[in-house]
Ligand binder design. Sequence first.
Ligand SMILES: CCCCCCCC/C=C\CCCCCCCCCC(=O)SCCNC(=O)CCNC(=O)[C@H](O)C(C)(C)COP(=O)(O)OP(=O)(O)OC[C@H]1O[C@@H](n2cnc3c(N)ncnc32)[C@H](O)[C@@H]1OP(=O)(O)O
Ligand SMILES: Cc1cc2nc3c(=O)[nH]c(=O)nc-3n(C[C@H](O)[C@H](O)[C@H](O)COP(=O)(O)OP(=O)(O)OC[C@H]3O[C@@H](n4cnc5c(N)ncnc54)[C@H](O)[C@@H]3O)c2cc1C
Length: 674
Amino acid sequence: MEGIEERGVKEVDYLAEERAGAQFHVHSMKIFLAGGQHEYEVSTRIANLVANDPVFAKEDRARISRKELYKNSLKKAGHAWKIILEKGLTEEESMRMRAFIDEPNYTDLHWGMFITALKGQATEEQQHKWLRQAYKLAIIGCYAQTELGHGSNVQGLETTATFDPSTDEFVLNSPTLTSTKWWPGGLGKASTHALVYARLITDSQDYGVHAFIAQIRSLDDHIPLPNVTVGDIGVKFGNGGYNSMDNGLLRFDHVRIPRENMLMKLARVTEQGKYERSNKPRQLGYGAMVYIRQGIVAEASVYLSRAVTIAVRYSAVRRQFGGKDDKAEVQVIDYRTQQHRLFPLLATAYAYRIVGFWMKWLYADVTERLNNNDFSNLPEVHACTAGLKSITTSVTADGIEQCRKLCGGHGYLCASGLPELYAAYVPACTYEGDNTILLLQVARFLLKTLTQVASGTKPVGTAAYLGNVQHLTSVNCEVSQGKDWLNPSVLLEAFEARSARMAVACAMHVAEAPDSELAFEELSPELVEAARAHCQLIVVSKFIEQAQKDLPGEGVKQQLEVLCNLYALSLLTTHSSDFLATGYLTGTQVSHAKDQQKALFSCVRPNAVALVDAFDHTDHYLGSALGRYDGDVYTHLYKGAWKDPLNESVVTEGYHEYLRPVLTQQLWGPTSKL
Ligand SMILES: CCCCCCCC/C=C\CCCCCCCCCC(=O)SCCNC(=O)CCNC(=O)[C@H](O)C(C)(C)COP(=O)(O)OP(=O)(O)OC[C@H]1O[C@@H](n2cnc3c(N)ncnc32)[C@H](O)[C@@H]1OP(=O)(O)O
Ligand SMILES: Cc1cc2nc3c(=O)[nH]c(=O)nc-3n(C[C@H](O)[C@H](O)[C@H](O)COP(=O)(O)OP(=O)(O)OC[C@H]3O[C@@H](n4cnc5c(N)ncnc54)[C@H](O)[C@@H]3O)c2cc1C
């Protein structure tokens, strides 16, 4: 329904036939996926701005050295900041620009965590002092929490901040090797300041981990300050990927900072060294993590949809087998096995887009509540952000790798864009909370909620279904044929019943054990599965909610319904053992689900290319010869190969030293250089 001319490419469109077969209005879907007309316009404008600026080119990223990559990322960040200032870009526009530049750098941590933590944990006076500087980038901050010895166990951190009343200062110290700060992004080379999480000691008493601002580099010449040891931790996984970030190490040798550098909104130390807590929950000190976790959830769909766009377009271009009697060979997208691996990921990318919108709403809602001193839904928001961060990043990382395999041999080439995408994305399974640790947090929340339900408290929000636990643990599924699975309330009940039953089984086990902490540990694999089931339910329920709404644009609602059903049934069949073991489904009902899932593949097939077009990724952003909008895959793979530095000379460097002696049998002779 949409002409390729709109993209300014007239010469060739190998995917034209695919696009012509779409059964929905692609432009309307684009607007839906962007989050609205305004968001669509901002995205389009900023995507083009980035794509047309040579400073933001990214072709060579997988080929250049780490040093060059890092220096380039500094150049890009500086250039982006210049554009933001010159054009007076809004926060929304700047965030879009960050996304389209598509290269992690120190500003992610500065804006995402340093500033967020200051806003959440600094007093007004402190904010006035530090935020003014930080907003201008006159200082660059990082978030220095993790240490060599502890990351997940925040309460186990070892760095100390000991108050000295004689000088009204804290003394920051790294008492052991394992207390070395290790991993903070932007710390290695760029930051001038660090938000340091350290054990607060005053009057010889340890009050646990608190946040302090420490200047680590000179604002004149960027040299580390006295008694501060700071540097980069080294090359990370993959070419390009997250290597544009200077994850750093940091040690303090009795470094003195003013008492006012402790962030004092949640707790303070007086001039006399007295420790005083505010009446706000101490968990607000974890607020920056909650903010980034929701951001990571909102971003998951972007990464997954990029991989899926590449794999769908390539699968429509690529042909293998068949081709007898003058017929063209079969497009690999028509193979059922390809559809079985690819289409659920397409549906997942849509599901995560919808849950990402909801997550942003949830975060705005909790922020407003916190501003009004309403802390009631903090545990639920923590569970949602932690759990959804965990499942969306794990599925997205695995999904990118699956898309690489779906592209066969060419997927393994950096020219496909997929290896780099995976390398850049996969640390999301670890940073901002290891995904298993985060699911265990959800599990604790579920057990607590069930205990509260037992004592008559009504659960709210995403846990509300647990208020219906008696029904959900006794009801039988009524599906008797494949089509029954297309009923949203049937799907919803299946996911609610599975989640409630898994949580209840764990809760009973833990409650009956003499030592509940030991039982929790023993049962942790099952608890992780129960938490996953709960989080999948959240995504399914948000997708169903959205698919039931009326949306503008011919066929848009119908496509969302198909994808919603496909998403839910793919989860159901993949995790069928849960549904069977909890006794909610029979084997026959699972078979019906599988049949229905197959039928849905046939509905997706004619729309697949248009459904990925609707994500509206530019060729610059995709950075993939396989995922090009025009489908001209082979020309660009071929051209790309000749750009490789190995092909700069016809006879390779090293020929005379190392190849010729082998070929001429002179390996052991007197002139051999080997
Ligand atoms: C122009 C540029 C713009 C840039 C904008 C950027 C924004 C873009 C968005 C996305 C981009 C992504 C960029 C990503 C960059 C990478 C960033 C990576 C940074 C990091 O990795 S920072 C380090 C993160 N570290 C962790 O996540 C550690 C994980 N561990 C923990 O969170 C906790 O310690 C724990 C959860 C494991 C708790 O362990 P425990 O010992 O039990 O802890 P306690 O402190 O005693 O707390 C228990 C109690 O508190 C509740 N709770 C825990 N966490 C939270 C929370 N976050 N909020 C609320 N409540 C919490 C917990 O449930 C317990 O409650 P209970 O006592 O049971 O009632
Ligand atoms: C690219 C990248 C960027 C980062 N950026 C920052 C940053 O800017 N600032 C910062 O402070 N930190 C940063 N980090 C650190 C990151 O937050 C931690 O690595 C993360 O929280 C995981 O902690 P860990 O490394 O201690 O893992 P560990 O906790 O040591 O995990 C190792 C394994 O043990 C398991 N495990 C641990 N405890 C338990 C348990 N109780 N029960 C069951 N299993 C358990 C985990 O599941 C995991 O499989 C970054 C990390 C990376 C990779």
